[in-house]
Ligand binder design. Sequence first.
Ligand code: G6P
Length: 365
Amino acid sequence: DAAGKAGHDHYMHKEIHEQPHALRQTISGRVDELGGNADLDIDLDDDFLRTLDEIHVVACGTSHYAGLYMKELLESLVDVTVRVDLASEYEVYDGHDASQTLVVAVTQSGETADTLSAIRRAKASGMTSFAVTNTVGSTITREVDDSLFIKAGPEIGVAASKTFVSQVTTLALFTTYLGRLRGTLSAEDGADLVEHIRQLPNAVQSVLDAEPKIQRLAEQYVDSDAFFFIGRGLAYPVALESALKLKEISYVHAEGFAAGELKHGPLALVTENTPVLAFLNDAAAADDTVNNVKEVESRGAPVIGLSTPDETNSFCEHSIDVPELGRLEPLVANVALQLFAYHVADEMGRPIDKPRNLAKSVTVE
Ligand code: G6P
């Protein structure tokens, strides 16, 4: 056990720190910088991918948030409608052409019963199916038409960390591939995205290097009543994921909100004892979120802002620097909040690798 943890107190801590390496594996051989494209081994028919009208993503937990991140990428860069459903809620309705729909299961384990069941419903209706998974030979890979592997390496901690970041990265590569194939993503935008994908391992490393500061913040606020995470656009799914991480391993109340929704209800929960973690990344409409930061500050909440080191977070009580990385910046910010969740839970003495009531892979519906 100790050998497996390689000097870390928990597998999760090891896996958080493995991310630059995991990402290099995810990306290796798949980035075509000159062509502004992704080089992926996908067997689905090119004509089908060129002409499909809709993508349905089905997933659970952290993988669902990875799917929401892809939806933002695809809808802003590629001309395709994307629907993302919790696998347990997925119903196939009329009103779309199943033969022109791709259903994508995002599942780290490839064994989640809810996701397998959703894929079976989609297939029965005539859709083409695809899986994005970490597990070669898993059940999902035997049921779908084609699979793409995230290559993150095994993850032991029940709460997903490196697999989330590798999933989003793989989905960003898929976005590039699809956009270039359909001719809707320009070579220039493609080159931008793949350049950011290429820089991702180093960007993640620079956030990991800030661990002492993040740990101090976690220790300072460990006794808070609740934690709220706010973000827009690409940062909204990351706010949801960051809150889930904190809930899972610390058992503290944490919620992620779309920043603009605060005033429609959640603001009633905000006090001096509810820190707000705000994503102030350019690619996530930071200027608008700044207004929401002011709303919570005027109610006395301490704010931890995540952004590139510029003036947008200078008025937050605390800031965590995230390197500039275009559309992938919110993903890098997530790594800082994995560390935040880890250190809150560690300070509370929680069994981080095996939180109560949770399983790594849930094989019942
Ligand atoms: C379980 C795990 C979560 C995970 C979810 C989906 O609930 O505790 O961490 O996100 O399953 O798992 P999958 O393997 O399908 O990505």
